[in-house]
Design a binder for this molecule. Structure first.
Ligand SMILES: C[S@@+](CC[C@H](N)C(=O)[O-])C[C@H]1O[C@@H](n2cnc3c(N)ncnc32)[C@H](O)[C@@H]1O
Length: 276
């Protein structure tokens, strides 16, 4: 083998024809509600080409035939995993957490009610672990709160379950909180302590499918997820969230998202915060 190693043997990524792109867009939309914009051929090609190499499949059309033919649906799951965008951070969009601590938590505590939260589209877990940290710090010990954290991407749900993060991913977590809520797991990495993990249930869930849970939730966070959906999909989804919220419950959406052009039953509270 030459000094270039095995990479020199890899064939370059095959072309993605207009028909291949149309098929990928159709699958993404029908299976996951993802509306891949026109002109994103380069993105789709780069995200999928590694998978074609792993499967030793020489063309996108043959790969898509495999995806559609496999009866166990495993390759479909892989394809959807690859088409999702999973960027997230601890303490992302802090205005939501400030609102939660200033308004939601005091009301729940005063009513002596359990607190139920759903992180819908939780990616690698930074959002639910941020919630867990803040609630552990602000609620009395043993207060009954639970967080359901779900995502369509199997890879991120598995990562979220392990709760292990690199020092870089922990950049937005203060030294004090890192010391309290994380334990060094390997060089440059730390994992959440069991106490932080305990209130969270992680699950693979497609927001487009039927949901096994009935609620009610006090807060649903669906942040930076609907940005990839079209208007009819967002309309359906926010109305389904409404059905699962307790009266007075809140929906938090991403600050770059808006329900302005959407028909819904919420009361607008402040940017990216809606109440039932
Ligand atoms: C950009 S991340 C946002 C993560 C986190 N909520 C935040 O704001 O940092 C969007 C997540 O939505 C998930 N997602 C996209 N379509 C979905 C669907 N149909 N059902 C469930 N999750 C979906 C993606 O897999 C991805 O992890």
């Amino acid at each position: 083998m030459s000094f270039l190693g095995s990479t020199e043997l890899l064939p370059s990524a095959p072309d993605l024809s207009p028909d291949d792109f149309r098929r990928v867009r159709q699958i993404a939309y029908e299976r996951a509600g993802l509306a891949i914009p026109a002109g994103k051929e380069g993105l789709v090609r780069s995200r999928l080409s590694k998978r074609l190499r792993e499967r030793r499949i020489g063309s996108f059309s043959a790969y898509l035939n495999t995806v559609e033919a496999e009866s166990n649906g495993e390759e479909m799951v892989k394809l959807i995993d690859l088409l999702t965008t999973n960027k997230t951070d601890f303490f992302r969009e802090p205005a939501h957490f400030e609102y939660l601590l200033a308004k939601v938590v005091p009301a729940i505590k005063a009513a002596r009610k359990p607190l139920r939260i759903w992180s819908a589209g939780c990616s690698t877990g930074e959002e639910p672990y941020t919630l867990s940290m803040l609630l552990k710090e602000s609620l009395p010990e043993r207060y009954d709160f639970r967080i359901l954290a779900t995502d369509i991407c199997t890879r991120v749900v598995a990562a979220a379950r392990t709760g292990e993060y690199s020092d870089e991913q922990l950049g937005d977590v203060s030294r004090e909180r890192q010391a309290r809520w994380f334990a060094k797991s390997s060089p440059g990495h730390a994992a959440v302590v069991p106490e932080l993990r305990a209130p969270i249930s992680f699950a693979h869930l497609n927001l487009m499918a039927t949901w096994p849970m009935t609620g009610p939730f006090d807060v649903i966070l669906c942040r930076n997820v609907m940005i990839y959906f079209d208007k009819p999909t967002v309309t359906r989804l926010v109305n389904r969230f409404h059905d699962l919220l307790a009266p007075g419950g809140h929906l938090f959406i991403g600050h770059s998202e808006s329900l302005t052009a959407i028909e819904h039953r919420y009361r607008y509270v402040q940017p990216a915060v809606y109440a039932k």
